[in-house]
Design a protein around this ligand. Structure first.
Ligand SMILES: Nc1ncnc2c1ncn2[C@@H]1O[C@H](COP(=O)(O)OP(=O)(O)OP(=O)(O)O)[C@@H](O)[C@H]1O
Length: 337
């Protein structure tokens, strides 16, 4: 690691710490993720490290997926840690939304949200076509380089999809709560790429709301309650996979719900934009849009995907109704069976 000069900490998560650094040989600015040995002991750590490296390698060269430059075992501490050296891909979307939009109560213009969503869908579609699930998409893991580039990072929870080959069940405890698909909360162990497109729907809503999360749940049950109160759950029980969900018998699934009020939350969003949002946020996984299909929707047809000349300084009419998060019914009292 002597080749790298550490410039400062960028972020810290469950699996490690990420630093900004300079490659002394090239002068290039890079991001170094130091994986904690606590992310798994012995073989488990090795597997976590190898999995992240394998996914990053499989995604190499895609403009919307962060580039791995090198991977090293950490000689300090008896080789119990590891480093990933990546391109430094900019500020996270959560930071941009918080500092540039939420703090100033500025909504993201729809055209800019569309541009970011196009890039995210392209990156996720490329992962899915390589047989990979990301499983932790959220604004923290989306990077904006300030020149129009958008990249997905953090492949720490990624894994190869079984594609119906009957491998071991997947763990349902993936994805950060606010971006976790309903079938995951209901305990599904055989989910698919829909868990990623659900998360993209949550990110799209958050963009359009200028940084206010759509479903800021405080617990798994509160999360599910917010989802069903906003989107309804009329068609969920008719999904053939529903009865197999370990938590399908939960009182939360039996409670009557009004129909979806998603449209009311985004009154100014164009009809074409709403089709994408509603398609990504379909509660039934088999009716949820795939990333590849979403890219063919008319919302993207008239947009070249180029960065806008400049983001407007003046506040614009918001696509979303003010204070939508506050309007969602409160914490679920129901305890899962
Ligand atoms: N290549 C990169 N360029 C710039 N910033 C990055 C890069 N990789 C990661 N980051 C920033 O560092 C943060 C933490 O990295 P990462 O998500 O990989 O760690 P983690 O331990 O898996 O986090 P979490 O537990 O939140 O999933 C990211 O959310 C992102 O904002």
């Amino acid at each position: 690691m002597e080749h790298y000069e550490r410039l400062g900490k960028i972020g810290e998560g469950t699996s490690g710490v990420v630093y900004k650094a300079r490659d002394r040989r090239t002068g290039e600015t890079v991001a170094i993720k130091r994986l904690r040995a606590g992310a798994g002991i012995g073989d488990a750590f090795d597997e976590t490290f190898r999995r992240e490296v394998r996914c990053l390698e499989a995604c190499r060269g895609h403009p919307c997926l962060v580039e791995l430059l090198a991977a090293h075992r950490d000689p300090a501490g008896g080789g119990t840690g590891a480093f990933l050296v990546m391109e430094h891909a900019g500020r996270s979307l959560s930071e941009v939304m918080r500092q540039d939009y939420l703090a100033e109560r500025r909504p993201f213009p729809e055209a800019e949200a569309r541009r970011v969503m196009r890039r995210l869908l392209e990156g996720v579609s490329a992962m899915h076509s390589r047989g990979l699930l990301h499983r932790d998409l959220k604004p923290d893991n989306v990077l904006l380089d300030g020149r129009g580039g958008v990249k997905i990072c953090d492949f720490g929870l990624s894994r190869a999809a079984d594609n119906g080959t009957g491998g071991a069940p997947y763990t349902p405890g993936v994805a950060t709560l606010w971006y976790r698909a309903p079938e995951l909360i209901l305990g599904s162990g055989d989910y698919d790429a829909g868990v990623d497109t659900w998360a993209l729907g949550c990110i799209m809503a958050e963009l359009l709301a200028g940084g206010a999360p759509l479903f800021p749940g405080r617990s798994e049950m509160d999360q599910l309650n917010r989802v069903f109160d906003t989107l309804g759950m009329q068609d969920m029980p008719s999904w053939p996979g529903f009865v197999r969900l370990p938590r399908a018998g939960s009182p939360l699934c039996r409670r009557g719900r009004p129909p979806s009020r998603l449209r009311e939350l985004f009154p100014a969003l164009s009809a074409a934009g709403f089709d994408v949002l509603a398609g990504l946020l379909a509660c039934r996984p088999d009716r949820r849009l795939t990333a590849a299909d979403a890219l063919h929707y008319p919302w993207f047809a008239d947009a070249a995907g180029a960065a806008p000349e400049a983001l407007p300084d003046q506040p614009r009419a918001s696509c979303c109704a003010v204070g939508f998060a506050a309007g969602v019914a409160g914490v679920a009292e129901a305890i899962l069976a």
